[in-house]
Design a protein around this ligand. Sequence first.
Ligand code: NAG
Ligand code: ZN
Length: 565
Amino acid sequence: MSPHPPIVRWGLVLPLAAVALAFYLGLDDQTYCYQGVKTPAWSETPSANCFTVQDGKFFDVSARAQANQVNVQQGFAYPGLWDGHGHLLQYGEFLHSVDLFGSESFDEVRGRLLGYLDRNPGVGGKDEWVRGIGWDQMALGGMPTADMLESDPRLQGLYIMLDRVDVHCIWVSKAVLALLPDDIPDIPGGEIVRHPGMGVFCDNAMDVVMAVWPRPGPEKKKEFVRSAMKDLHSVGLVGMHDAGVMPDDLKLYEEMATSEEDGWTARVYAMVECKERNTFCPDDVQKVELDNGLLSIRSVKLFADGALGSWGSAMIEPYSDRPDTTGSLLVNASTLTSLARQWAAAGYQVNIHAIGDLANRLAIDAMEAALKDVCPKDSLLACQTAAHRFRIEHAQIIHPDDQARMFELGIIPSIQPTHATSDSAYAGLRLGEERVKTEAYRMRSVWGLGPVLGSDFPVEPANPFAGIYAAVTRRKPDTGTAGPPGSGEGWCVDEALDLEQALHGFTAAPARGAFLEEVAGRIEKGMWADWIVLDERLEDMEVDDIRRVRVRETWVGGRRVFKRE
Ligand SMILES: *[C@@H]1O[C@H](CO)[C@@H](O)[C@H](O)[C@H]1NC(C)=O
Ligand SMILES: [Zn+2]
């Protein structure tokens, strides 16, 4: 080999040295190889098996021909999952409170309360009430009362507040009732259950109790958030849409998400909920888009009606099992519309809770009016799709005419597949056959709208594989069975999604529903390095095994936040 002139040799050495230095300094630069990596191009066989992470983002995603030369780890990498509708603080609080889900008698409720008191001695005083969630009057054989909670000497005199399974009613103890004014009048948009005795307050009537509840302070809330995030990571969630956060809590979120020490590890897309529900409070909040991608605030949550279980959803026609009522709106049509217009004008994404078909109709009316304000006349659909992305949270029972209007306007439904399977027990009774067939719990027929999927935790378990299973099978993830007798393979299986769609609903769709499609929901160069590791390819599993998936690892921004023991 002939020697090169020195100048040429330095020309080679310098860049090489620079590369070596960059490698040395770029501690963040890591390559991960798995048996397969689920990229958008993944089809029959994995199309990539390695990726490099740089500055918390995916850099290079590729198939390594020389895979045998790198350390290939067991498992398959999937994009990190998002829950499109949950409640972070409430979930944390739930993890610190009495779990009453699935309790089938008052004896069982009492047993769980006593067990909780054994584990949490000292709770139940005036300053720290016993909190619980998950009771259902259907399982208890009728509406419970405050007196029932006095039936055990160990519960007597305690301050207790227990949320109904759908969090639209609370059941309180006598000590709590004693804090309330005598002779509370009826409250519009709410119900004070007076028979067989006092103790249960629903929807707007819950405010009477909430006014005297000693709210947890900031330190306790931080603990709730940390517990919640840890738990969410353990089931494969990297992010969530928080469907209603009060202004003070949004400030706490921002403080936690910008601090290194507070243990904020998940991505949160938080919807503003004014201190007073269904109002316009832009001066109490601030839009936020953190550089670290851990918090964004640019949407508002409004509430049109209550839940189906308690006949609280607002219906166009009366309930089939209660012809005397059509449910109730929490706010009238003109107020809902003016709120949507005000928030849209202030640059917020408008997300309206709507369950009954009347509530959904009025939500669409409100959104249409708001879009007409903020969009050019001839392109509401394009403008909504690009810039506003108004959403209906739950979108459970929608008249066929209004389903068509959602397509005309491109309104995004935010759906909880496990609500469909849980509610299937009584949806037929409440709605009757025709409405079930044409209006209720649509998934496949609204697929074109890019539905965001979620769980509504703590109302339902946070595990997204339960949601994926329910979406794909329309069967209950806890039992693997369809709801009411005669449901066949699954409840209204015509509305089931396929696996790819369900995964999309927990990844790319919530990313789009949060204006984050450029950075979240896929394993692709330039996106946030958020992924999970599964033992097997979901695509190869028996469908029934999907409800039993246990995540191996969860990574957010290139940092491991969960590892299965
Ligand atoms: C709607 O509700 C608002 C606020 O409660 C009230 O001021 C208004 O008169 C109501 N409008 C109609 C049409 O009932
Ligand atoms: Zn919710």
